[in-house]
Design a protein around this ligand. Structure first.
Ligand code: FAD
Length: 322
């Protein structure tokens, strides 16, 4: 018996949020008196696979099939189900991200397991198995009991952060009996985010809303982000208006991020936007309307015009770095 966790990578390097998921799995495994087996797919070096040991995985099962370099939810679920059955796993963990949201429900259905999506705390196992998750766009929490024998959880990324420990995991290859239907959907092209820092992994994020007035002004956001080494994000209407690509939109219907610093410029702070960013450690809001709801969620508020404040902030960062 072990706890299984899906470890995602980008170009052969494990993502920070996957290291966090392995650490989460290791705490659950410790409480259950068992071990963690991570499952990874695609082109990853043995050295990189072993690094998951430093986050609490005793073993990594690797499926070295290049077709799994990109997300394929059917094939990924078959891979996780195979791993879970081989290891006799009672708990299976994915991230609450695009991959996990596509894969975890399929795994739960195939294993007839109960599932909780978007966990924000370690499960309480003193009396059953109860998982805390946020509901109503982060406005409330629900404690959900999973009563099935096998349990599937998706963990909200950036809930705990990551602390690197020591040790290497052992690596074994996992053989999976895929069938043709598993590859009935093929990834033809992957277009990368334009910024140099991937949004979901970024510690610093500069984000713009409709207050920027149009795409021609986005240089103000990009210049500050470049000086800080930050990723860029936006509100949903900005993406809907095609000022920015949709992968930059954060909120209830977009990405969930928890950076150390979130700078929101010209964003009102609607509840649906806050749902994606209110876990940020420090929130700085720049808005010219003193009644903007975002100020209530802000650690620092700048009451002013983004067209004045952003260039001054960018200059200040430049001077501070010089
Ligand atoms: P606005 O609401 O137009 O606000 C612009 C802000 O900029 C205002 O506060 C204004 O005071 C300020 N401003 C204007 N000019 C300046 C200036 N020169 N200097 C400084 N400040 C200025 N939204 C999301 O972002 N993410 C989501 O995932 C999301 N999901 C949704 C899901 C549903 C089901 C629904 C109904 C809505 C969703 N929305 C989402 C939309 C959300 O309700 C808001 O409409 C949206 O977040 C507003 O975007 P905004 O703040 O950029 O624009």
């Amino acid at each position: 018996m072990s706890v299984i966790v899906l470890a995602e990578h980008a170009q052969g390097a494990f993502k920070k949020k996957s290291q966090e998921a392995v650490q989460y799995a290791s705490r659950i495994a410790a409480a259950m008196g068992t071990t963690v087996t991570a499952v990874a797919a695609g082109n990853i070096s043995a050295d990189e696979l072993r690094t998951l040991g430093a986050y609490g995985a005793q073993k990594v099962l690797h499926v070295a099939d290049a077709r799994l370099d990109d997300l394929n939810s059917r094939a990924y679920s078959r891979m996780l189900v195979t791993a879970a059955q081989q290891e006799g796993a009672k708990v299976i963990i994915c991230l609450h991200d695009t991959t996990g949201k596509a894969v975890a429900p399929r795994v739960a259905a195939r294993l007839k397991a109960g599932m909780v999506g978007g966990a924000v705390a370690d499960p309480v196992m003193s009396n059953g198995f109860t998982v805390k998750k946020s509901v109503f766009s982060g406005k409330a929490f629900a404690n959900v009991s999973i009563t099935s024998d096998v349990k599937v959880i998706t963990l909200m990324p950036n809930t705990f952060g990551v602390k690197k420990g020591e040790g290497d995991a052992t690596v074994e290859s996992l053989s999976v009996a895929f069938d043709a239907a598993d590859f009935g959907v093929a990834v033809k092209e992957v277009s990368k985010a334009s910024g140099s820092v991937p949004l979901s992994e970024a510690e610093l994020v500069v984000s713009g809303g409709r207050g920027l007035k149009g795409p021609e002004n986005w240089g103000l956001i990009e210049n500050l982000a470049a000086e800080l080494g930050a990723a860029t994000a936006c509100s949903r209407p900005v993406a809907d208006s095609h000022w920015r690509p949709h992968h930059e939109h954060v909120g209830q219907t977009g990405g969930t991020i928890r950076p150390n610093l979130y700078i929101a410029a010209g964003i009102s702070g609607a509840i649906q936007h806050l749902a994606g960013v209110n876990g940020s450690k420090t929130i700085v809001v720049i808005n010219k309307d003193p009644e903007a709801p975002f100020f209530k969620a802000a650690d620092y508020g700048v009451l002013g015009d983004v067209f004045e404040v952003l260039p001054r902030l960018t200059d200040a960062v430049k001077k501070w770095k010089a």
